[in-house]
Design a protein around this ligand. Structure first.
Ligand code: CTP
Length: 400
């Protein structure tokens, strides 16, 4: 997450959705952000100052003229200056109207006017207030001035009306904040990622596969997209949540994955093959369910699937190619062989038998080898952290 040590100013206005604002504060703090909260007078009707103070472990600001200890400066100016991002959640129709018109009659609206960081508004209000031309015009004015305004959700609202106006969930808001604070160092780059296992069918009920969960590939795809890349994720069947990427292609067999990679390879700037495609498929697919023969042995004959990475690497022009090596012994020697044989720029090797590493695990312990055969051992970390680190290394190695 990009939230660690980030200074986040959270403005809370008066509306029923204010009861969710402490959760936003809590999620941000749990991820290491430093959160300061400004509440309007009406926000205090819905949620207490003490709640935010306890969660943020910071003073909560409510009054333009109160003298806050440790802060001899003018609050609205110093808070505006302090923030890396200013988020107003929930933002009521009244506060949005003030923001759009430069009214600065309370600490929150004055701080808004003095803001110098990116500002994000998370509206929450009744559908009719939201759709009122006055609110629409105010929101358009703010958008034109470069202020981010998040969408609302449609649901049964607290006032019993059904429609748009419900505030986004705290987790989604925190994700948006994280996204906005993230460096966009892969902006406009086309990144092709493969992930997960493949399935090789034997008959209509049986198949062969492997333990790959797709977690490493999905983490890489999601992180690259957050950094501004246009990610195409080609995924075998997985049981995990599909990440937000520009293009998601679902495949089943290694041959399907091969086809999809060939179709999407030419435009790619970076290719990351985190998938574990099956090397073999049954020679014959039985279109009817195979019946068991009493006492009989059952044998399957296999034929080779294409080595996807090797075949696309042979067509490589400007692409930066990254492979993975799943090994259970002689990791380094085997990975070095794959690096050369598959014409790669980087290979990430892990011992699938190691603790807290490899398939299924949320963490990984890897060694990264570059094309000059420089070896770097990476300590155990989550696959999300590792995805960031791998992309940092790729970014450093590629001369964009
Ligand atoms: N790979 C591929 N096509 C295959 C098999 C593997 O593109 N049919 C890619 C994987 O996505 C990975 C790299 O090749 O990036 C290494 O995969 P791995 O399973 O470690 O090794 P293999 O090349 O299959 O070799 P072996 O099974 O002999 O270890």
């Amino acid at each position: 997450m990009e939230l660690k040590n980030k200074k986040i100013l959270l403005g809370v206005t008066g509306g029923i959705a204010a009861y969710k604002a402490p959760e936003i504060c809590s999620l941000l703090c749990k991820q290491g952000a430093n959160v300061k909260v400004i509440m309007t007078e009406t926000a205090k009707q819905f949620v207490s100052k003490l709640t935010f103070q306890t969660m943020s472990r910071n003073l909560v600001y409510t009054d333009m003229f109160e003298e806050y200890p440790q802060n001899a400066e003018i609050s609205h100016i110093s808070l505006a200056k302090w923030a890396d991002i200013f988020v107003i959640a929930p933002a009521s129709a009244n506060s949005i109207a003030k923001f759009a018109n430069g009214i600065s009659d309370n600490l929150l609206s004055a701080t808004f006017l003095a803001a110098r960081s990116p500002v994000m508004i998370v509206p929450a209000m009744n559908t009719f207030m939201l759709n009122n031309p006055a609110t629409e015009a105010n929101m358009n004015t703010l958008k034109e001035r470069g202020i981010a305004i998040l969408a609302t959700q449609s649901d049964l609202l607290a006032c019993n009306d059904v429609g748009n106006g419900k505030m986004l969930e705290p987790t989604e808001i925190v994700e948006e904040i994280d996204n906005r604070l993230r460096k966009k160092d892969l902006l406009g780059k086309n990144v092709l990622v493969t992930a997960g296992p493949t399935i090789e069918a034997i008959d209509p009920v049986r198949y062969l596969t492997n333990y790959s969960s797709g977690k490493m590939g999905y983490a890489l795809a999601e992180e690259a997209e957050k950094r501004g890349a246009n990610v195409t994720l080609i995924s075998g069947p997985t049981a995990i949540k599909k990440p937000k990427v520009s293009k998601f292609i679902s495949v089943v067999s290694s041959l399907d994955m091969y086809q999809a990679v060939l179709e999407n390879f030419v435009n790619a700037d970076i290719v990351i093959k985190a998938a574990a495609p099956a090397d073999y498929r049954p020679k014959v697919y039985h279109s009817q369910k195979i019946k068991k023969e009493i006492g009989g042995e059952f044998k399957i004959e296999f034929e080779r699937n294409p080595d996807i990475l090797k075949s696309v690497a042979a067509k490589k022009r400007h692409q930066f190619m990254v492979g993975f090596a799943a090994e259970s012994e002689n990791e380094l020697a085997n990975a070095m062989t794959k690096l050369t044989a598959k014409n790669l720029d980087m290979i990430i090797v892990n011992n699938i038998k190691a603790e807290n590493a490899g398939f299924q695990s949320d963490t990984n312990v890897v060694t990264i080898i570059d094309k000059h055969k420089n070896i770097e051992n990476i300590e155990e970390m989550t696959k999300i952290e590792l995805a960031k680190l791998i992309l940092d290394k790729i970014k450093k190695a590629v001369a964009f």
